[in-house]
Design a protein around this ligand. Structure first.
Ligand SMILES: O=C(O)c1cc(=O)[nH]c(=O)n1[C@@H]1O[C@H](COP(=O)(O)O)[C@@H](O)[C@H]1O
Length: 250
């Protein structure tokens, strides 16, 4: 997509199932990530996370964009307001359309991050990215969450509180488990984006994910986009696994 066309939020509604899926490129080097991308020609969205970015840096983001892909830069920033702002400015200047920050950094940091992301994108002549506030990671199970973090409210109440905090700070989206989407969606109507990892097609290995749903269930519950990694990237035929997820949504 030409940069000049990117004038609105990345989370516009879509009827094309391939637009719903963001493939997590959790790979230790750029070559492996680009090989995975090449194996799934129908891909529109990719996610560059901590593993790939730490190994390959901004160059891999530029290369993915050069190949026409839309990039979710998932570095889950969590820091003081000035540092959050600087990191989000840099991420926006790279052309990432979705960027993660931790909601529990607080409203001052979130507002600073949002303003800086908008400025960074504008400096490059790009549309503003959507900052996504991470609520409660999908790898937490509720019992362990309460025991280890000593957080009293039910996990879904806490996730809702963090998403509302992000919305009040001016963010346009959050990351949550599909199990919390319906509740969050009721409080935060579209176009607020609810992006859900923890997606597992029926019968696939949950691995370290604890709060999961199938692709169709997550969309039916109100998800804006689905992040899917290992069920596609770890499949013998990633293109077929991607197509199966699309078919489930179609
Ligand atoms: O921010 C994320 O993308 C994220 C948040 C979260 O709560 N849980 C979560 O799994 N993720 C990411 O989503 C992807 C899920 O990958 P799979 O479990 O392989 O489908 C990984 O890249 C995680 O870093």
């Amino acid at each position: 997509m030409a940069d000049a066309e990117r004038t609105t939020t990345a989370m516009e509604p879509t009827l094309d199932p391939a637009e719903w899926i963001i493939l997590a490129l959790d790979r230790g080097d750029a070559e492996a990530a680009l090989a995975l991308v090449a194996a799934v020609p129908e891909l529109r969205w990719v996610k560059v996370g901590l593993e790939l970015f730490t190994a390959a840096g901004p160059a891999v983001v530029r290369e993915l964009r050069r190949r026409g892909l839309r990039v979710f830069l998932d570095l889950k920033f969590h820091d003081i307001p000035a540092t959050m702002a600087g990191a989000c400015r840099s991420a926006a200047r790279l052309g990432a359309e979705l960027i993660t920050v931790h909601a529990c950094a607080g409203s001052e940091a979130l507002a600073a991050a949002q303003a800086a992301a908008e400025e960074g994108a504008a400096e490059e002549g790009l549309g503003a990215p959507t900052l996504l506030a991470v609520t409660v990671l999908t790898s937490w199970d509720p019992d362990r969450f309460h025991r280890e973090l000593a957080i009293e409210p039910p996990l879904e109440t806490y996730a809702g509180q963090l998403a509302a905090l992000a919305a009040a700070a001016g963010l346009n989206g959050a990351v949550c488990s599909p199990l919390e989407v319906a509740r969050l969606r009721a409080a935060l109507p579209r176009p607020f984006a609810l992006v859900t990892p923890g997606i597992r097609p029926a019968g696939s290995d949950t691995a370290d994910q604890r709060r999961v749903m199938t692709p169709a269930e997550a969309v039916a519950a109100g998800a804006s986009r689905l992040v899917i990694g290992r069920p596609i990237s770890g499949a013998a035929d990633p293109a077929a696994a991607f197509a199966a997820c699309c078919a489930e949504l179609g």
